[in-house]
Structure formats: C-alpha cells, structure tokens
Design a protein around this ligand. Structure first.
Ligand code: XMP
Length: 326
C-alpha cells in the first residue's frame, strides 16, 4: 500500500543512504517537480542542501520573483540565483532545430550548475563542504519520453534527462523518478509546500526557448513573454487555472501574416494558444475554453503586443500533437 506518507518516508531514507554526509545542490526551475524534489532532499539532509535557480532568460514574466519569494518562504532553504541570460542567448544564437535547442539548454544548465557549485565551494574555503550531488525533479513521464524507459522511442529530450553531458561532475539525485505528476503534488502537500507551488501548472525546463518556433532572440522572448502574461492573466481571472493542465503560448516567429489595425496595414507574427487538459501529460485533450475568454485573450494580445497581429487556437490532442510545439 503506497500512501503519500510512505512515499515520503521511503524517499527520505533512500536520499540519506545515497548522499550520506555529503552536500547537494538542487536545480530549482520554478516548477512543481524541482520544488518537491528539493523539499524532499531538504527533509533528508537539512541545510546540507543549497538550491540554485538559474535565470536563463527563457522564463515567463514574474517567475524569478515568485521562486525567490514562495519557495524560500515555505522551506527556508538557502537559495542562490544565477543570472545566465547572456550565456543562454549566445549559446542559442542561430539555432532553430528543436532537439538542438533542448540539448544546448540542457548542457548550459549543467555547466552553470557546475560553476555555481565551484563558487559555493570556493566560498566555503579549502576545508569547507564539497558539493557532489545534483538534485533534479525528473518524473517518470520524463524518463519514458526521453527514451529512458523500456522500449520507448525518444520523443523529446527533456532537458533534465536526455540533455546531460557525459562528463557530468555530479552524481544525480532524482527522488521523483518513479512518480507521476499527481503523486508529486501529493508529496509536495505532505511536505508542507504551499498551494501556489503545488498546484502550479507545468512549465518546461527549456522554458520559452521551445515556444519560439525559429531562432530565440531577446526581442522575440520579450514579445512572447508579453503575450503569455496576458493569456495567463485572463485564464486566472476566468477562474480556469485548475480546469486546465496548462496553456502554452507559442510564437511563430518565422511566420508573418497581413493584418489591418486602425487604418494601417500590419505584417506581424501569429501566436498560438495551446490549452490542454491532461492527467499526466502522457496524453492530453485540447481544452474547450469559453469563447468569451478566447476573445478577451485575442483582443488584448493583438492590442497590447505590437508585433502580434493574429491569435490562433491549437485544437490537436496528444497524440498526435505533443503539448509543447518543440
Ligand atoms: P510534451 O510536449 O512532451 O510535454 O507533450 C509533456 C509535458 O512535459 C512538459 N515538458 C517538459 N518539462 N523539461 C520539463 O521539465 C522539459 O524539457 C520538458 N518538455 C516538455 C510540458 O510542458 C508538458 O507539461
């Protein structure tokens, strides 16, 4: 009988066994998974855990502030934030292939963490602690869809599974590897994490980088961030957050269409709304959002985001479409 409390106890025991009296850093993404993984490891090894949050510049509006506020308030954990925006942008320059983007983002993530660990060690001095363990919030579906499960095809390299470099400096600690999202949420609640974290909609590690179809640039990120913030605001205002699994907003950066605004011709980019309902992200159905909500989102985005002159709706289930476009 697997109760949530027994999952917590078992994982805490395993983590203690794996890490012994060592030190770990946790790759915090802002999402539920890494938060719960971090909280579990904190329960196991206390202040020998340090969390590292990388601002890769592919975040949504307000995300960094939310992590700095909510997670630290709930856990009291030591949090280090690294500003790596320039580094990721240069690494992604000129890249349009989805798998290549994922691999680059995964690789840069790890490099930034390794640097963060070296910095922490340098700070601790010669006889200070050594950070040998890296905690990641990898879930069972991530393992399966990255081809790590038995007989599964490699659908996408989730940044925390398929994209790790072979010469990794850390031993991985992945306490959620056997769990599905709903179980992870229950574990989070059991560990005392607040609703704002436990019921956050999923957001992929590679962030907005895989929601810009085409090359990722600072300017395109700004456009997408603005459109995404509007969609999220309207969905929240309509009370729909708990009804949908998530609603990616995707910028078709290499597509342009003709529009008319005021008395002028526009030649802007479309964004796609991708609202989905799902139990575990392995399969999903497109969500029948109310027309009035869709209308408000569309009107606001086209009025408020100058570069976007068209909003389209993705009505594809998974399969055949995946949730994210890349
Ligand atoms: P797909 O697009 O594969 O997405 O249908 C399934 C779920 O996983 C999220 N996703 C990711 N999460 N790292 C993550 O942590 C990733 O690389 C990644 N790629 C997709 C996606 O948002 C959806 O909830």
């Amino acid at each position: 009988q697997w109760t949530t409390a027994s999952i917590v106890d078992e994982q805490v025991a395993r983590i203690r066994e794996q890490i012994g009296d060592g030190h770990a850093i946790c790759a915090l993404s802002g999402g539920v998974d890494s938060a719960v993984a971090g909280a579990l490891v904190q329960r196991a090894i206390g202040d020998r855990l340090t969390c590292v949050f990388v601002d890769h510049g592919l975040l949504r509006a307000g995300e960094r502030a939310q992590v700095e506020r909510d997670f630290v308030a709930a856990t009291g954990v030591r949090l280090v934030t690294v500003d790596a925006r320039e580094r990721f942008l240069s690494a992604l320059a000129g890249v349009t292939d989805p798998e290549e983007k994922r691999k680059i983002i995964g690789r840069e993530f790890i490099r930034v963490f390794e640097q963060a660990a070296r910095d922490l060690q340098a700070e601790a001095g010669e006889h200070g602690q050594h950070y040998d363990y890296l905690v990641q919030g990898t879930l069972y579906p991530d393992v399966v869809e990255s081809g790590g499960g038995t007989g599964a095809a490699n659908i996408k390299s989730h940044h925390n599974v398929g994209g790790l470099p072979e010469d990794l400096d850390f031993e991985l600690v992945e306490p959620l590897r056997a769990l599905f999202k709903d179980e992870v949420r229950r574990v989070g609640t059991e560990l005392g994490l607040p609703e704002t974290i436990v019921h956050r909609q999923p957001f992929p590690g590679p962030g907005l980088g895989i929601r810009i179809i085409g090359e990722v640039t600072a300017q395109r990120l700004e456009v997408l961030r603005a459109a995404d913030a509007i969609a999220r605001e309207e969905l929240t205002a309509a009370g729909l957050d708990r009804d949908i699994w998530q609603c990616p907003v995707v910028l078709l950066a290499d597509v342009r269409s003709v529009g008319v605004q005021g008395d002028g011709r526009t030649y802007g980019h479309p964004v796609v709304l991708r609202p989905v309902s799902s139990e575990d992200a392995m399969t999903a159905d497109w969500t029948r959002l109310p027309y009035d909500v869709l209308e408000r989102i569309s009107t606001r985005i086209t009025n408020e985001v100058a570069e976007v002159n068209r909003v389209v709706l993705d009505v594809t289930s998974k399969p055949p479409g995946t949730i994210e476009w890349e």
